[in-house]
Design a protein around this ligand. Structure first.
Ligand SMILES: [Zn+2]
Length: 540
């Protein structure tokens, strides 16, 4: 088993218009090939000839007579050979992938053959993992194979009424199909191939249609082992898109379904934030190509917002009358998912490190739209107080990370604690850094350096490294504090000036369902204009 990481996230808002909690998860899955952040470089380079070790696939959505996609037919050819030291061809598919169940069982009609005819396989299932966390089925060939090997199968759509969770399952909507590779694919797991080429057969669609993935429009290349193709979003059918001319620009969006907002306008906003982040941060320069996928489903599970490398998916259900005017929250989801691209990860174990990947993303989600001039001061304050309320009244606000992890995907409120206390931690860190430097440097300076060092490979950003970097910058021992907050669950009350000079935090108590909770409340600082909030004072 390889020990590399796979990461998935799902986005968070507590009052989206489907009325359900949306989720963010970060996972590390043993047994898969590569970290999501390392792959998905768009397929702009040339595609190699077939004599090399390569995995070539054609995806054909299968459309019924009533215009609904019911399956994706995959035909593929694996060339080259097995990875060094391997003797028998193996394939794998998830049995469960982040609460999407039954994936391997929906891979039907699997046929594998080489020059000597059909290849048969013995299968073995991983031990089931509770909490919706991924585990896999493994196929091992019963004889030696010669290359090329042909692999074909028909992946059925995820049935309606399946358990809720991130939108990895393939689902039909608006005459098309969408989902993640991990939600429908079986892949060679020990092949020599270091490049996959994805192509589409859209012949069953009547209307003008596109086939697009995280990796590109139409025929696209995915570097790395075949399993990397699982780490992307897939969408095919008569989609809407942004911009009008999808051959232009680095930011593209595609959607299936009629959302209760102007899709084009909202994607123009998201593109603007993408440009803003490219300017605000200096560690991804230029920012990579980015793709947004949106699907409106008629039946549950509806999903949520989920980011993979260079892309995110927004998956939601039909509008209900009381919820159809919620624009600000949807923008907050777009901003959150986009920010994952810049925030990235510290090394380590999945949920254990959500204080960073989700906490820092949540901190930026609540602060950068105001800095960018996209939301008013009142909305900024309201957001901070919503963050406070959600955290201090959360039943798991003082839970350890191991207690939270045990809950898995069963409870959205509990799972969001690391996001909320992570966000408050980074706000408080901004204040501590400014205090330690006499107002000269804040979080932005600090993170710019950390991000650049991580991206260049100069540092390996482990939790220990993080604590050492913060200790050096603040002159205090970060280890005990960091451990108390993020590992053991000590309830944090950030410094009064944590959110800039125009806001002051005061200790208060919040009532919820007849109970009183000690909390922080954020108020206008009175003597500072919002326009001066981040000017000087070191928080730049
Ligand atoms: Zn997230």
């Amino acid at each position: 088993m390889m020990s590399d990481m796979r990461r998935t996230e799902t986005a968070a808002t507590t009052s989206g218009w489907t009325g359900q909690l949306f989720e963010i998860a970060l996972m590390i899955v043993p047994g898969l090939a590569l970290a999501a952040c390392q792959l998905a470089r768009p397929a702009t380079a040339q595609i190699q000839p077939e004599t090399t070790a390569q995995y070539n696939l054609t995806l054909k959505p299968d459309v019924t007579s009533d215009g609904t996609v019911e399956a994706i037919e995959v035909s593929s050819r694996l060339t080259g050979g097995l990875a060094e030291g391997e003797e028998t061809l193996q394939l794998m598919a998830p049995i469960v992938y982040v609460n999407v169940t039954g994936i391997a069982d929906r891979i039907t009609g699997l046929e594998v053959s080489d020059a000597n005819g059909p290849v048969t396989f013995a299968t073995e299932d991983d031990e089931p993992v509770p909490g919706g966390y991924p585990y896999f089925r493994h196929w091992t060939a019963t004889r030696e194979v010669t290359f090329p090997v042909e692999i074909s199968y028909r992946a059925l759509i995820q049935p309606e009424g399946s358990p809720g969770g991130p939108a990895f399952g393939i689902r039909p909507s608006a005459g098309g199909i969408s989902g993640a590779g991990a939600g429908f694919m079986i892949v060679p797991s020990n092949a020599a191939s270091t490049q996959s080429v994805l192509a589409w057969d859209l012949s069953e669609f009547d209307a003008p249609s596109v086939g697009v993935t995280t990796f590109g429009e139409g025929k696209s290349r995915v570097d790395g082992p075949p399993a990397n193709i699982m780490q992307g979003w897939y969408m095919a059918g008569p989609t809407g898109h942004y911009p009008e001319d999808i051959t232009q620009g680095d930011f593209h969006a595609y959607w299936l379904g009629d959302f209760p907002f102007d899709e084009y306008e909202e994607m123009a906003f998201t593109a603007k934030m993408y440009d803003y982040f490219e300017t605000y941060f200096d560690h991804l320069d230029p920012a990579p190509e980015y793709r947004v996928f949106m699907r409106l489903l008629q039946t549950p599970p509806y999903g949520g917002g989920t980011a993979l490398a260079n892309s995110f998916m927004l998956s939601r259900g039909p509008v209900t009358p009381e919820e159809d005017s919620d624009y600000r929250d949807i923008r907050s989801v777009f901003v959150h998912e986009l920010l994952h691209q810049w925030v990235g990860f510290v090394e380590g174990g999945s949920i254990d490190e959500n204080w960073f990947s989700e906490g820092l993303t949540t901190y930026y989600q609540y602060t950068l739209p105001f800095r960018a001039g996209e939301i008013s001061f009142d909305d900024y304050l309201e957001g901070l107080n919503r963050l406070s309320r959600n955290f201090y009244t959360n039943k798991a606000r003082d839970w350890s990370i191991s207690e939270i992890k045990e809950v898995g995907f069963g409870d959205g409120e509990i799972r969001h604690v690391p996001y909320q206390r992570g966000a408050l931690y980074f706000a408080d860190l901004d204040s501590r850094l400014r205090a330690a430097s006499g107002g000269a440097h804040g979080l932005h300076d600090f993170m710019s350096k950390v991000f650049r060092q991580r991206e260049s490979g100069e540092i390996s950003l482990t939790p220990d490294k993080w604590r050492a970097l913060v200790s050096a910058a603040t002159g205090e021992d970060e280890t005990a504090f960091h451990n108390a907050v993020h590992v053991e669950g000590k309830v944090l009350f950030p410094a009064s000036d944590s959110f800039g000079r125009c806001v002051k935090g005061v200790r208060t108590s919040i009532e919820k369902d007849g109970e009183t909770y000690p909390a922080m409340q954020w108020e206008p600082a009175g003597d500072v204009a919002p326009s001066d909030c981040f000017v000087s004072g070191g928080s730049e």
